[in-house]
Design a protein around this ligand. Structure first.
Ligand SMILES: C=C(OP(=O)(O)O)C(=O)O
Ligand SMILES: [Mg+2]
Length: 527
């Protein structure tokens, strides 16, 4: 039995498949053939064709990530670098390696968001080199058999093409519960265990049982165990399907179940009461300039159209830190998580916020969705008041703030006096309460949303909301945890917002307890 950090709930059984490693250039360099330049370009064409085929079935943010990678492969300076190396007598694989290497160093030196694309460029290089050396391409295993994917960590380009029909579960040696891998796995409903260092020893083909709720991996289980796990999973699926409709406890205390959406909106057909967090960053990422007012208005309208009569909570741009933007974020901040990010971006770029609020208001006027708007990373009542004034000036009437900074939770009554609702972002609130980088798997214990200090802050905000009769929801990953949902309800939150696959288990967890059970659990959790 191996243990790691639970990252996406559910159990699965299947054979291990590993992410193919990057190919290494052989120590002995062969003499160049007659057309090394042609061979190198053909290998690059093959890689591009494959990436384009992957991109074809995608939309939104995932599509953008793939398109950018294709653009990198097509960059004329890469072709020029290959030609120069071949002219100096390098064989094709070496020429490709060298040409990409120059760009890799340059990107890494720039740092920030561009620096983070180093992995994408290295992936292109490795794919082309693998073609030239006749080795398997790095990345996801090929073939049709479903498997349990094991990796050190997953590159964004790998996570975007994960197929839930083939990937039964994910185990990574690194990564934390709020890492990219974990978020994508939860959004796709794939069980996952991260920060499982011992997974390094798992050999391809061995059968494992992955329990994404417990964070455990059983290696080579007995047949009876496999049968029992499969039966339990089927029974669980039947139990979840038995509950539908709005979120409420066994004695009908309402806790609204809302969706977290971004570019990949699951649409209005999901059995949820509306949208609790519409992340708008996807419109702004991978671009050199902000999207225009018209572009934004169209994009927001397309989402509002999916939720007639239901709440859609739009979060204004949350740039900076893990989401740097060339036109909005300074590349040289020594500590971007504590920098000019989230709502603070409006200090330098008030025009960005104004255009966004205007576009949201214009799109809202064209649809019946109950559009709410909230700002990320609000720290003080003054910021809440300024944001509320800007949103109301744009014509928006239901205005809120995210509580992601301990200062905001501590002053919740004063903040709530300025706005209509609050939504607690537990991912960042954990990070700032525990001074623990939300991406670090090593600090998973501190980032555990059941930490009493975090629950104490949630309680303070929920109580402040109850006192003045204003809703206080949670839209961080804590809201997707069925084990924690009754505790959060008992602390007094009025809604839980999560990715679509998480809704049924959270709904069932609430339905099977009375509100008195929930308050009792909450009191015990606080202790
Ligand atoms: C919901 C949150 O925002 P994000 O994950 O987008 O920072 C959060 O911080 O909990
Ligand atoms: Mg946040």
């Amino acid at each position: 039995m191996l243990t790691g950090t639970p990252a996406s709930p559910g159990t699965a059984v299947g054979p291990v498949a590993r992410l193919a490693p990057a190919p290494a250039l052989p120590a002995a360099k062969p003499a160049p053939g007659p057309d090394e330049h042609g061979a190198a370009l053909a290998a690059l064409d093959e890689v591009v064709a494959e990436l384009e085929a992957r991109a074809a079935g995608l939309t939104g943010e995932l599509r953008d990530i793939m398109d950018t990678q294709v653009m990198m492969a097509r960059d004329p300076s890469v072709a020029a670098g290959i030609k120069a190396a071949v002219d100096r007598g390098e064989p094709a694989a070496w020429a490709v390696h060298e040409a990409f290497g120059v760009h890799l160093e340059a990107l890494a030196a720039i740092g920030g968001y561009l620096g983070e694309r180093v992995g994408d460029l290295a992936d292109l290089r490795d794919r082309a080199v693998a073609v030239l050396l006749g080795l398997p391409k790095p990345g996801l295993p090929e073939g049709e058999e479903p498997y349990v994917l094991v990796a050190v960590d997953l590159a964004p380009a790998d996570t975007v093409v994960l197929d839930p029909a083939r990937v039964l579960a994910i185990i990574t040696e690194k990564g934390g519960p709020t890492s990219h891998t974990a978020i994508v796995a939860r959004a796709m409903g794939i069980p996952a265990v991260v920060a499982c260092a011992a997974a390094a020893e798992l050999v391809p083909g061995v059968r494992v049982i992955v329990d994404g709720s417990a964070g455990s991996v059983e290696v080579d289980p007995a047949e009876e165990t496999v049968v029992a796990v499969r039966e339990a999973a089927q029974a669980r699926a039947r139990e979840l399907a038995a509950h539908t409709g709005p979120g409420r406890t066994a004695d009908d205390h309402p806790v609204a179940l809302l969706l977290n959406i971004g570019s990949g909106d699951p649409g209005g057909s999901v059995d949820a009461e509306g949208v609790g967090l519409f992340r708008t960053e996807f419109l702004f990422l991978d671009r050199t300039q902000a999207p225009t007012y018209e572009e934004q208005r169209t994009a927001y309208g397309a989402v509002f159209a999916q939720y007639p009569g239901r709440p859609v909570t739009v979060r204004t741009l949350d740039a900076g830190a893990d989401k740097p933007l060339p036109f909005a974020t300074a590349a040289d901040e020594p500590n971007p998580a504590l920098g000019v990010r989230g709502y603070r971006t409006a200090r330098r770029h008030p025009d960005l916020l104004k255009a966004q609020l205007d576009a949201i208001a214009a799109a809202a006027a064209e649809h019946t969705a109950k559009v709410r708007v909230m700002a990320p990373m609000i720290a003080t009542p003054d910021e809440a008041a300024d944001f509320a004034a800007a949103a109301r000036a744009a014509g928006l009437t239901d205005v809120g703030v995210m509580i992601e900074i301990p200062a905001a939770a501590l002053r919740a009554p004063a903040l709530l006096a300025e706005v209509d609702f609050a939504s607690i972002g537990t991912n960042d609130l954990s990070q700032y309460t525990f001074a623990a980088d939300r991406m670090l798997g090593d600090l998973g214990d501190l980032l555990d949303p059941a930490q009493p200090a975090l629950l104490t802050l949630v309680h303070m905000v929920a109580r402040a909301g109850a006192t003045v009769g204003k809703p206080v929801g949670i839209c961080g990953e804590a809201a997707a945890d069925p084990g924690l949902a009754p505790v959060l309800a008992g602390l007094g939150v009025t809604s839980l917002s999560m990715s679509a696959p998480a809704v049924p288990a959270v709904r069932a967890a609430l339905r099977t307890r009375t509100f008195a059970d929930c308050t009792d659990l909450a009191a015990r959790a606080l202790k």
